[in-house]
Design a protein around this ligand. Structure first.
Ligand code: SF4
Ligand code: SF4
Ligand code: FES
Length: 253
């Protein structure tokens, strides 16, 4: 008998139509080296459920297919991760059903596609870039030492996937905590020699209730970050920077 892949997928027709939330099950032919995205592509070719109902194709997002863009992040068997690197043989090697759901901390756009714009909005809030605009030649920037580069590189691997926000218990409807990804970017940009000049602005954005103080130190974020970014260390570093800035920042104004 032909080997198949079974999928149970959470569907929702539109952001405001939570009453359309439902599970649908599909079975598609297995192929070697298949991942969850290739299984979803098989469903799209012929979107018929195991009950024989013809349905609308499942909606999801994916771009790079190599765990670089973060767009395919979803709950695979209840665990937040990238669907493109979820290999069918390792998660359902014995033919188990693979369960797919959208992340729960973001608004569902449709089916498995969520609106991750909050992650990008948070980067804007903390000024997570280096401001080098000018109408004249600015010359070469300050040199970055090897040690500085080595400390910065692991922090720079964030792909704004949202896994850490999904796993963080402090991100919920009754909290405005910004979450670990943006705090880590503050550490990164404050560390770079050319980013230091806007360090105060970044720290000030994190000094309110929604800033570093909102972290409950549960460490779930580190466990789920696919890029193994030392998020709890970043939160501790930035917490120290904000305290110092609160106490002595006025000296430098
Ligand atoms: S350590 Fe802080 S940011 Fe990380 S999951 Fe816990 S509460 Fe959230
Ligand atoms: S810090 Fe890690 S888990 Fe969080 S958004 Fe960046 S890559 Fe994803
Ligand atoms: S498609 Fe880019 S991370 Fe999966």
């Amino acid at each position: 008998m032909e080997r198949t892949v079974k999928l149970k997928i959470r569907r929702q027709d539109a952001p405001h139509l939570s009453q359309t939330r439902r599970w649908e099950e599909f079975e598609v032919p297995w192929q070697p080296r298949m991942n969850v995205i290739s299984a979803l592509m098989e469903i799209r070719k012929n979107p018929v459920t195991t009950k024989g109902e013809k349905v609308a194709p499942v909606v999801w997002e994916s771009v790079c297919l190599e765990e670089v863009c973060g767009s395919c992040t979803m709950l695979v068997n209840g665990r937040v991760r990238q669907a493109c690197t979820a290999m069918v043989d390792s998660i359902a090697g014995k033919g188990e059903t693979i369960q797919l759901e959208p992340m729960t901390k973001f608004t569902v756009v449709r089916d498995l596609l969520v609106d991750r714009s909050r992650v990008f909005g948070d980067l804007k809030k903390v000024h997570a870039w280096i401001q080098l605009d000018g109408t004249h030649e600015l010359g070469p920037g300050p040199r970055q030492s090897q040690e500085n580069q080595e400390e910065a590189y692991p922090l720079s691997r964030c792909m704004t996937c949202g896994c850490c926000l999904e796993a963080c218990p402090q991100i919920n409807d009754s909290s405005s905590f910004i979450g670990p990804a943006a705090i880590n970017q503050v550490r990164l940009f404050n560390l770079r020699p050319s980013g230091k000049m806007h360090a105060a602005e970044r720290l000030e954005a994190l000094m309110g209730e929604d800033g570093v103080a909102g972290c409950g130190k549960a460490q779930n974020c580190v466990e789920v970050c696919p890029k193994e970014i030392p998020l709890v260390d970043s939160i501790a570093v930035v917490a120290r920077q904000t305290t110092k800035h609160m106490l002595f920042g006025w000296l430098f104004k």
